[in-house]
Design a protein around this ligand. Sequence first.
Ligand code: COA
Length: 255
Amino acid sequence: MTYQTIRFEEKDGAGVCTFDRPDVRNALNEEMVGEIRSLLHEVTAGGTCRALIFTGAGSSFLAGADIAELRERRAGDALRRINAALFREVEQLAVPTIAAIHGYALGGGLEFALACDLRVVAEDAKLGQPEVALGIMPGAGATYRLPRIVGLGRAKELIYTGRMIGGAEALAMGLANRVVPRESVLEEARSLATAIAKNGALAVRLAKTALNHAHELSTDAGLALESVSQAVLFDDDEKNERMTRFLERKQAKES
Ligand code: COA
């Protein structure tokens, strides 16, 4: 499929989706939202992609929702949940997602990254939720996801002040999984994606589902979901193949 606002490539099970509107710092407009949704469906249907990286063309990851579109939106548009619905699809994608962040990740750009499973951040990146400076508030998941990742107090500070933080601070508060020099961000994200892609696909998928639902469930329901997922994996052929390979390798070393 060809896209106008994004690019996609896949190699060795690792997909890379590049936001491709560098002239406007990849500001997320409705066309791009539609194309990313199509890509998510393409990735799911294809079945070969084991981890999906999001990155930005040019100097930034994603500088937020397109303010030219935002200014025209009214109450009914907010209720259409244009970006919020996309980010929920990203969060629920069957395969792990990685935000590879350089430059600016602001507003909806940071909310996009919050919906991803992992975040690799450049030392000199600038992350923030500046919506209140524009007279709106984060409306696509930050009030819900940011506190879960960094804690309520830190989330409140970032959202009330709109202050931007760099890589080191993002790492210290658990917002970044890894911080690396700007030129290594994509490479680091690819190495994470490759490490994930080597593992049992169903095992990773079910682990993601269990982790995503853990905080919504009671202790018993959360542990039951874990056991049922494990039960599915115990009867999966791939488990038998992977364990046999391990045991035969061990035997070969001994003989
Ligand atoms: N929506 C629409 N256009 C945007 C945009 C956004 N979120 N972010 C940047 N752009 C556009 C600018 O209008 C400018 O367009 P122009 O060249 O036609 O004038 C172009 O991208 C480059 O932006 P500029 O501000 O000149 O680049 P910069 O590198 O000096 O600064 C930012 C980059 C991201 C700090 C600055 O553009 C900015 O503050 N953007 C808005 C961020 C924001 O508030 N996002 C949350 C929205 S809810």
